[in-house]
Each structure stands twice: as C-alpha cells, then as structure tokens.
Ligand binder design. Structure first.
Ligand code: FAD
Length: 370
C-alpha cells in the first residue's frame, strides 16, 4: 500500500533537521527519514563546530549568501533555545608581507559578502591578545565562535516535533520514482513502505547524489556528482593555549589545518584535506602527527608534538575537484525541471553555520516547488 503524505525530508543531519523544522513550521505535514539508528551521526557530528563569519567565499555564491545570515540566525537561535555556544572570535595569521596582502584580500572579500567587522592587527597586538601566538600580522574576526552541534540538533529536533513533524530512524530511502501524482519513495528497514509525497527534499549529505540517482524520473544530468574530501583531526592534551580560534591563510578548497577548541576547552588541530579516501573511511592516520605539528608550529612554536593524539575524521561532500572552490548546490524545479523535488548537494563547510539559512531558503523554494 502506498501512503500519501505532504512532505518528505531525507536525511536527519543538521541540514535535514533544520529544513524539516522550517517546513513543519510553515504548516506542512513533514516526515523526516534517516537511514541510521540515530540522527546526526555523519558529517554533522564530524566537524570543527565552528560558527564561521562568512569571509572567504565567492561573493554572490550560495555559501557567501547563506553563511553570514546563517551565523546571525544561529547565534540568535542558540541564545533563545539555550544551546551551548561561545562567541570566542578567530585570528587568521600571516607570517610575512606577502601574507599581509592576502589578509587584506580576505577583508575586501568579506566586505563584498556583507561582513564588515574584520580588523588587521600587527605582531604586537597579536602577542597581546594571545600570548604564545607568533604572527607577522593577523585578521581578527570577532563574530566567529563555536557551538555544541549535538545540542543544536537536539533543540531543532524538539522544535520540529513540537510543530507536528515525525522522524523515522533506521529508515533508508532505497528507491523512488517521479509520477503524475507526486514522488513515490520506497523505504527499507524493519517496516518497508512506500510513501507518495507532494514534496521531497533530499538532505542526504554525502549520499545526496546517490539518493537522487535512486529516484527514476529525475534528470540525471542535473544531479551534481559528489566526491568525499576527508579531513582528519588530532586532539591536544593539556590546557587549550589560546582563547580564540587560530587559522592559517586558506586555500581554494580548504581552510587549512587550524587550531580550534570545543566548549569543554579541549584543543584540536585539523582538519587537513585528502581527496583519495573512500566514502565512510573515518580512520585517522597517526603518522600525520608530525605534519600537523609542523603546520601549527608556524604560529604556535611551543606546541609539543608528543601531546597530540589521533582524534576523529569527517568527510566533506564536494561537487568540485581538488584545488577548486566549492559551493552549496541547492536545486529546485527551476534548475532540474521536476515539480515537487528539492536537492541539496555539496553541503560542505560552512553547512553547520548556515543550517538555519539553508533551511529558510529551502522552505522558500518549497513554496514554488509544489
Ligand atoms: C572535516 C569537516 C569540518 C567541518 N567544519 C565545519 C565547521 O566548523 N563549521 C561549519 O559550519 N561547517 C563545518 N563543516 C560542514 C558541516 O559539518 C556540514 O556542512 C553539515 O554537517 C552537513 O549537514 P547535512 O545534514 O547536510 O549532512 P549529514 O550530517 O551528513 O546528514 C545527512 C544525513 O542523511 C542521511 N542519509 C543519507 N542517505 C540516506 C538515505 N538513503 N535514506 C535516509 N537517510 C539518508 C545520513 O545518514 C545522514 O544522517 C565541516 C565538515 C567537515 C567534513
């Protein structure tokens, strides 16, 4: 038997949860399907938990458009719902005059994306703010911070359920088809079923392209292929030495191995970027210890490599190639031509920061998609 429903969201990571909440709050009947036994077990719990300021991304691109407002929405939501977070700020450091040119370019880029609070500071001010940190100059980003990602997901799930939404765990979407009456989706798990939805929103993270390919009738040429880019972390034993997050100058496809800390004060280094890993490989290569230490000793000379332990790893769903700048691909019917379907692909960093803005945008698209 096929059960008719209004809205189906596939994938209960932070983006699927936020999108399901936004759609339920629009008054839709929403079912959120997750293949794992718990929500948020994939990329949403394998990241740096940094609230990004939105300073690096190509002005006008989706990441630039969604990160800065997403940050504002996230701080407001976290304050309102009591989600643990800290507006600790961040420094992006340069080691020579050429680096200062790049810092100025970041400041200009940020302004073009609506972020006007960056300040260039000199070596003395750096040492004053963060004793033990060595840099020729730095940008200070006062609006950057950290957040408890699991607490955030729990709060959003609570709001989703309060708005009448239902989450089904251990319920993988296996196949589907576009029909005249809507989109049919076949779910596996202990109680296999087929649902017929007016609106399907694919928030499948690393698997979003595979989910889309499993639905016949979607234009395959319009499904961006994704590839995982793995990032590994090392944790640092002992007191976190810096209050702020410390980043090197970014490259096109990565923000570089940086220093961050969690809300409990645990310092960590990472993530690096590797394009060769298999999907779902979350191992951490202990032999990278010296490389991570050397990267961070450029700004933290007292770092003791023997205090580094393998931490965890995550994978970014990239729709671009190594060395290229990626972007979110949030596709409604105007882009792919199928009524009732919205696909979210390439939701890499800053997807956590942007989740509420992505959800708001997806909900706006939903109004046009059905
Ligand atoms: C190393 C790393 C560091 C990062 N650091 C930051 C950061 O500091 N700040 C920031 O803003 N962002 C960061 N990000 C990005 C951020 O973590 C992601 O953008 C965000 O978590 C993506 O959420 P999501 O819900 O799209 O994906 P996911 O969390 O992966 O959720 C997708 C869900 O879909 C489910 N699913 C897949 N297929 C199916 C199916 N067939 N049926 C049912 N369910 C399915 C999966 O099981 C999963 O639960 C980082 C990412 C990485 C990898």
């Amino acid at each position: 038997m096929v059960e008719r429903i209004n809205t189906l969201v596939i994938g209960a990571g932070i983006v699927g949860l936020a999108t399901a909440k936004a759609l339920a709050e629009q008054g839709r009947d929403v079912i959120l399907l997750e293949k794992n036994p718990h929500f948020g077990e994939e990329t949403s719990s394998r990241n740096s938990e940094v609230i990004h300021a939105g300073i690096y991304y190509r002005p006008g691109g989706a990441r630039a458009r969604l990160c800065h407002p997403g940050k504002e929405l996230l701080y407001a939501y976290a304050r309102d719902r009591g989600v643990a977070h800290l507006n600790c700020g961040k420094l992006v450091v340069a080691h020579d005059d050429a680096g200062i040119g790049k810092l100025n370019a970041i400041i200009e880029n940020a302004k073009a994306s609506g972020v006007h609070d960056l300040e260039l500071i000199d070596r003395r001010k750096v040492a004053e703010l963060e004793p033990g940190l060595v840099a020729h100059a730095a940008i200070i980003s006062p609006s950057s911070g950290i957040i408890d990602s699991h607490g955030l997901m729990l709060a959003i799930l609570g709001d989703f359920e309060n708005a009448g939404g239902i989450m089904a765990l251990s319920t993988p979407v296996e196949s589907g088809r576009v029909t005249e009456a809507g989109i049919e989706v076949d779910c596996g798990g202990e109680a296999p079923m087929t649902l017929l939805a007016d609106l399907v929103v694919n928030c499948g993270g690393l698997h979003a392209d595979k989910v889309a390919h499993s639905i016949t009738g979607l234009d395959r040429g319009k499904i961006p292929p994704q590839r995982p880019a793995k990032g590994e972390y090392f944790t640092y034993a002992g007191k976190a030495p810096f209050q702020r997050l410390i980043y090197p100058i970014h490259t096109a496809d990565s923000q570089g191995v940086h220093y961050s800390r969690d809300l409990g004060g645990q310092a960590r280094l990472g993530p690096d970027i590797s394009w060769e890993a298999k999907l779902g490989d979350y191992s951490v290569n202990e032999e990278k210890r010296e490389v991570f230490a050397a990267e961070c000793q450029k700004f933290w000379p007292d770092l003791d490599p023997s205090r580094l332990s393998p931490g965890y790893a995550g994978q970014r769903p990239k729709t671009t190639n190594p060395g290229e700048e990626g972007d979110f691909r949030i596709c409604g019917p105007e882009e792919h031509g199928t009524k009732g379907y919205i696909g979210l692909y390439g939701i890499e960093s800053p997807g956590l920061t942007s989740c509420l803005a992505i959800a708001r945008f997806a909900a706006e698209l939903a109004a046009k998609a059905t």
